[in-house]
Write a protein that binds this ligand. Structure first.
Ligand code: NAD
Length: 464
């Protein structure tokens, strides 16, 4: 068996039809070892590329992504079922992160620190080989968030995409090679998590891991990384709150709540899947929410007006449905209303709103990762913050109020890495992104993205 074939193959399925349309070879441990060796061999020369030249190369890769944008978006539509407009945004985000990273290469400044007897300076040293493990929900942007800054900082990268969605990452590696990125600097290896992913975690020459995925697997990645004291960035699950105060623009809060949770069919780590509404406006909010949810256009992702596509797989659809059984909902929670979805082939699921007066029920505490949102009343600001923080997760969230002081107080009080006021914005390539508590460790994106891919070296030079 060749090195490339020892991990078997995987049939990539179009989630909107349920039909497999291509087969991808999966890397086994020997293929991962060989890739890591190539990446380690490529590292010294890549580290030594002059910053301006490294930046120029990354800009070329960004331009290649831009020129291939429609094709990349099409791959994302096919393998992940994302509506075309979303997929185009995702390919554009990959391009933008590469450009932003390229601009950071020559601005990654060290310190000059006042000391006695000489001068003291710090350097940001690249780490070596970086292993990147990505999930299936946003394969293209999430790959870019690591690959851009890791390469910009002078590291080489081995990327393992999720089993279900390898195609955009494979195409990205191809584009990078064609744009002139040297051999071994960026390699993409589709493979099983417990085989290829696990090997990246264990391989002693991988000096840093960026893992995006479930909290359960992330915990194992962190434990595995401890053996060789590898640096880790973990982007994990979420159960974010959308807090709606009585003094907010209630019409807007209700009209936009579906965007905050049903984007990517709710398969979004930042999904605001718990709506907390002040009790005095709870019923009115639900009246406004119902038409907004019923108006979400769930359709073939290729149709130009689709707002939401299918779930990623039959298994995911079954998982999501499992949260809505009578047994799972318990005595207090109930489905209030649903939107619509196509019938027939494909992994479709209707946007679903659940009344959860008790915020401790399963559907309101566990990450559903599907188009299901709970609505829970609260009494006052302190109550809202208490319920929002009563979670092992802390990734994202929204606060709707017209009171600026309250917006700031609640923003500081909610335990989450990314909050938005009177909006549902989480991800911008220029601002930091990441979670607290069991939602993760470290930050990606933003002005300091390269710090996570370097160690600080301090050098004292005696002048005596
Ligand atoms: P997952 O944890 O099942 O898989 C993620 C990746 O890890 C895949 O590439 C998988 O092959 C790999 N993997 C699985 N087992 C492994 C192992 N033992 N060792 C090494 N790698 C292994 O997650 P998923 O189902 O693909 O993605 C959904 C989850 O990702 C959700 O919980 C979601 O919230 C989270 N997520 C978080 C962010 C964020 O930025 N915080 C972004 C997107 C998704």
């Amino acid at each position: 068996m060749s090195e490339q074939h020892e991990g078997g193959t995987h049939d990539v399925v179009d989630p909107s039809t349920g039909v497999a349309f291509t087969t991808v070879e999966m890397a086994g441990t020997a293929a991962v070892d060989a890739a890591v060796e190539r990446a380690a061999a490529a590292f010294p020369a890549w580290r030594d590329v002059a910053p301006a030249d490294r930046a120029r190369l990354l800009r070329r890769v960004a331009a290649a992504v831009d020129a291939d944008l429609d094709h990349l978006a099409d791959l994302e539509v096919r393998e992940a079922g994302h509506p075309t407009a979303n997929a185009r945004w995702e390919a554009g985000n990959l391009r933008d992160v590469l450009e932003y990273s390229a601009a950071a290469v020559e601005r990654h400044l060290g310190d000059q620190i006042p000391v006695a007897g000489g001068i003291d300076v710090t350097f940001h040293e690249p780490l070596g080989v970086v292993g990147v493990i990505t999930p299936w929900n946003f394969p293209m942007p999430i790959a870019g968030w690591s690959v851009g800054p890791a390469l910009a900082a002078g590291n080489t990268v081995v990327l393992k995409p999720a089993e279900l969605t390898p195609l955009t990452s494979l195409r990205f590696a191809e584009l990078a090679r064609e744009a002139g990125l040297p051999e071994g600097v960026l390699q993409v290896l589709p493979g099983r998590g417990d085989v290829a992913g696990q090997r990246l975690v264990e391989h002693p020459a991988v000096r840093k891991l960026v893992f995006t995925g479930s909290t359960a697997v992330g915990r194992g990645v962190m434990a595995g990384a401890a053996r060789h004291v590898k640096r880790v960035t973990l982007e994990l699950g979420g159960k974010s709150a959308n807090i709606v105060f009585a003094d907010s623009d209630l019409e807007r809060a209700a009209a936009t709540a579906p965007d905050g949770v049903f984007d990517n069919a709710g398969q979004d780590c930042c999904a605001r899947s718990r709506i907390l509404v002040q009790r005095s406006v709870h019923d009115r909010f639900l009246e406004l929410l119902e038409p907004a949810v019923k108006g979400v256009r769930v359709a073939d992702p290729r149709s130009p007006d689709a707002q939401m596509g299918p779930l990623i797989s039959a298994a995911q659809r079954e998982r999501v449905a499992g949260f809505l059984t009578e047994e799972s909902l318990g005595a207090s929670a109930e489905v209030a209303f649903t939107g619509t979805a196509p019938e027939g082939a494909g992994f479709w699921f209707r946007p679903t709103v659940v009344l959860a007066p008790d915020p401790r029920v399963r559907v309101a505490t566990e990450e559903v990762f599907g188009p299901v949102v709970t609505v829970t009343p609260f009494d006052d600001e302190a109550d809202a913050v208490r319920i929002a923080n009563d979670s092992r997760y802390g990734l994202s969230g929204s606060i709707w109020t017209r009171d600026l002081g309250r917006a700031l107080r609640v923003s500081r009080a909610v335990e989450a890495g990314n909050l938005s006021v009177n909006s549902h914005s989480s991800v911008r390539y220029g601002t930091p992104f990441g979670g607290v508590k069991e939602s993760g460790l470290g930050r990606e994106l933003g002005p300091h993205a390269l710090d996570a891919f370097t160690d600080v070296k301090n050098v004292f030079i005696s002048t005596t």
